[in-house]
Design a protein around this ligand. Structure first.
Ligand code: GLA
Length: 389
């Protein structure tokens, strides 16, 4: 892989100088969905799928980008003196956004860069290809500019800042955090309010994590996501009139039930219910995994899906078909939508000896019911972003 990328890099940008290579993974979230901007917990893990990048410093302030995933776009050029989002700049708005964020945070970038990337995360699958690209850029910038004192968490925050303020998607911290902080074989139990985290080994001797890609992505995605965020914030404001909390993540189910009438709008009330119950469910699921109670973990995953479908309303027909099919297959421990929603992927925990029939049956049922061809990835939990030698 590395060699192919280096050859391509030299062909495009010329040989010489020091070319450095990096990798940043995508993520799958096991449970804790739409809780990361509500002060709740999330439980993602890094994948072995992700984005590879080669970078070399330039003498001037030019930026030259090339993606092996979009060869038809050729080399896209920009400059450190002209960092603004442009529709025609396509995918380069992500690395440019991170450069812009570095400057905003006072990390001076003194020279331009030649940058080649290649990603093996299916585009638009909701497995965080954009967050992995942001983290990859952050890591490369930090490394080639020798910026001291930037922690992994800082890179995650910079990536999120770029996504929010440069690319206009008000996402939480989960995706970037998982991409930086991931650890082989472990999921990350992260409190998004304090950024305190713990690693939980995902020991599944008898089971596998299977991601099913619906191959649909409904175009509402960005705006509906931001709507959910606004509705949650409105619910929080109403609740704060009657109970002393900073975030929806501060509430137990009982305290929420006691005060929920303070939320005036019915829709906002449903959104808040999801945020509160999903956060508590995530804590319980984490505790279940710690004692190897996989069955309990699976039940929390299923309940998470119901709540995302009915109360948060971020699922869609195709994803519900995939989850319904999965729930009816013997050997499926749990199954739910994962990521932002409105298409993308489901995550299922499936007993090893049932994986083959799972792929068969879900694939067939999905084809029959929707006319779409699903894609399956039986995944391993990978390492966070790092330099490749
Ligand atoms: C997207 C966002 C994350 C998170 C999830 C939903 O992936 O980027 O911050 O909010 O949706 O859990």
């Amino acid at each position: 892989m590395n060699e192919v990328l280096v050859k391509k890099f030299e062909k495009l940008f010329g040989a010489g100088g020091e070319i450095r290579a990096y990798f940043a993974p995508g993520r799958v979230n096991l449970i804790g969905e739409h809780t990361d901007y509500n002060g709740g917990h999330v439980f993602p893990c890094a994948l072995t799928l992700g984005t590879y990048g080669l970078a070399r410093k330039r003498e001037d302030r030019r930026l030259r980008f090339y993606s092996m995933n979009f060869p038809e776009n050729g080399i896209i050029e920009s400059s450190l003196d002209d960092l603004r989002p442009e529709a025609e700049a396509g995918w380069t708005n992500y690395p440019k956004g991170v450069m812009w964020a570095f400057e905003k945070y006072g990390h001076k970038l003194t020279c331009g860069v030649d940058f080649l990337v290649y990603g093996d995360i299916p585009n638009g699958s909701g497995l965080s290809s954009s967050a992995s690209l942001e983290v990859l850029t952050g890591l490369a910038l930090k490394d080639i500019h020798g910026i001291e004192g930037l922690t992994g968490q800082d890179l995650a925050v910079l990536g999120q800042y770029a996504e929010n303020n440069f690319n206009g998607m008000n996402c939480g911290i989960m995706d970037q955090f998982a991409s930086v902080m991931g650890r082989k074989g472990s999921a990350i139990f992260l409190d998004t309010n304090t950024l305190k985290y713990e690693y939980a080994p995902v020991k599944l001797p008898e089971a596998r994590i299977v991601i099913t890609n619906s191959k649909v992505k409904h175009s509402l995605v960005g705006s509906a996501y931001n709507d959910r965020r606004n509705e949650s914030e409105q619910a929080l404001k109403d609740l704060q009139k009657v109970v002393d909390i900073q975030t929806l993540g501060d509430l137990t189910e009982e305290v929420f039930e006691e005060h929920k009438a303070a939320i005036e709008d019915q829709v906002c009330r449903k959104r808040a219910k999801h945020a509160v119950y999903e956060n508590q469910r995530t804590i319980k699921a984490y505790n279940a995994l710690k004692v190897n109670d996989l069955d309990a973990f699976g039940k929390y995953m299923n309940a998470s899906h119901v709540s995302l479908r009915d109360d948060y309303e971020v699922s869609c027909e195709e994803i519900d078909v995939l989850v319904d099919l999965a729930w009816n297959i013997p050997g499926v421990i749990g199954s739910r939508m994962t990521g932002g929603g409105f298409g993308g992927c489901t995550v299922s925990i499936v007993k090893k000896d049932a994986v083959e029939s799972f792929i068969d049956m879900v694939g067939k049922g999905y084809r029959e019911q929707t006319g779409h061809e699903a894609e399956f990835y039986v995944v391993d939990v990978g390492e966070g972003a790092h330099r490749i030698c």
